[in-house]
Design a protein around this ligand. Structure first.
Ligand code: CA
Ligand code: CA
Ligand code: CA
Length: 244
């Protein structure tokens, strides 16, 4: 016991912190002049009866994996430290495959045109695009999001030109709040650059999720003179799959 205490005292005097090669078992020792009562980081205490000094020891670990601090002082910080390998914040995906499906099922409406009634079949349409989203650590703009992922859009099908106005975006940006391993919020960017909450995903065991929202499209068709009508049902499905 005496030799152990001496070893720690020597280490304490020369190096305030001892480190081992892999950082798995780092020990922080307090100054010999400090008693175990005053040394707040102590976990164990050795008393040297010869020198009547106390040496405090604490095992350091990388216990906070997103504070930008090398907590166990082994040269590796946060997710770069193997101690954080299984921490939730270090298991977040780098790439998420995303797809949006806009599926419109048109109704047959009655239309009065110049006093004559006729049935009009509102055409169905589909717009479907995919985007491999990469985590973009430089992205600045969504304060509420944990991370924003961006990627190029590929339009697989796009027959909803009349329904979905405007230029088709070429890139997608999606923000996420990682609530837990099974739930995350999705945030989307508005045209004015602000971000709004879109939905909450339930992530399955394979790292994928999809959510569908349906709405009736109620509009007053300019060519018909009989007011607002239910033109059809619009289903929008967002799907996500963690790739790595
Ligand atoms: Ca470590
Ligand atoms: Ca470390
Ligand atoms: Ca840390």
């Amino acid at each position: 016991m005496r030799s152990l205490a001496l070893t720690l005292l020597i280490a304490c005097t020369n190096n305030h912190v001892q480190t081992d090669t892999n950082g798995e078992d780092n020990r922080e020792t307090c100054e010999p002049s400090e008693t175990c009562e005053t040394c707040e980081t102590c976990e164990t205490c050795e008393t040297n009866s010869t020198t009547e000094t106390e040496t405090c020891t604490k095992v350091l670990v990388e216990d906070i994996c997103d504070d930008n601090i090398d907590n166990d002082q082994d040269g590796m910080t946060d997710c770069a430290d193997s101690d954080c390998e299984t921490a939730f914040v270090c298991t977040l995906p780098q790439t998420i495959e995303h797809a949006t499906l806009i599926d419109f099922d048109g109704n047959t409406i009655s239309c009065m045109f110049l006093g004559n009634p006729f049935d009009y079949e509102v055409p169905d349409c589909t717009t479907y695009f995919t985007a491999p989203l990469e985590y973009d650590p430089q992205f600045d703009g969504c304060d509420e999001c944990d991370r924003v992922y961006t990627g190029p859009i590929t339009y697989v099908e796009d027959t909803c030109e009349d329904l979905v106005d405007g230029d088709r975006p070429k890139t997608a940006s999606v923000g996420f709040v990682f609530l837990s391993e099974t739930q995350r919020e999705v945030w989307s960017e508005e045209l004015d650059g602000s971000w709004i909450y879109a939905t909450t995903l339930d992530i399955n065991a394979h790292g994928s999720a999809s959510v569908t929202e349906s709405a009736e499209l109620i509009e007053d068709v300019a060519e018909c003179s009989n007011g607002t009508q239910n033109l059809g049902t619009l289903d929008i499905t967002l799907s996500f799959e963690d790739l790595d």
